[in-house]
Design a protein around this ligand. Structure first.
Ligand code: ZN
Length: 54
């Protein structure tokens, strides 16, 4: 019974990368290999020292 694709790990496309913090697929930032979404990045950025962002 395989109606849809099972939720597997994908190597490409949507779902391949998710925010490490909240798990969303939207607005991911891969700039520094951090792989977190824009929103979480703002929080993490301060801790990481990205004070330039916003
Ligand atoms: Zn996030």
């Amino acid at each position: 019974m395989a109606k849809h694709r099972p939720p597997k790990e994908r190597k490409y496309g949507k779902g391949a990368r998710r925010c490490r913090i909240c798990g969303t697929h939207e607005a991911l930032i891969r700039k520094y290999g951090i792989n977190i979404c824009r929103r979480c990045f703002r929080e993490v950025a301060q801790k990481m020292g990205f004070k330039k962002y916003m």
